[in-house]
Design a protein around this ligand. Sequence first.
Ligand SMILES: [Zn+2]
Length: 59
Amino acid sequence: MKCSFCGSEIRKGTGTTYVKMDGSVYYFCSRRCMKFSIEKKDPRKFKWASKPINNAKAN
Ligand SMILES: [Zn+2]
């Protein structure tokens, strides 16, 4: 699976799963990605998040 924020591949057993209050599930490669995503930062503003994906169309 891929990180919902930066698009990096997440290996099994690593990363963080985050379930929003509305029930949608997000996978993050790191807590950094989780934190920024929750704060609704734009991945394109971060050089380390080079491959933004549009998984967050649920909202
Ligand atoms: Zn990430």
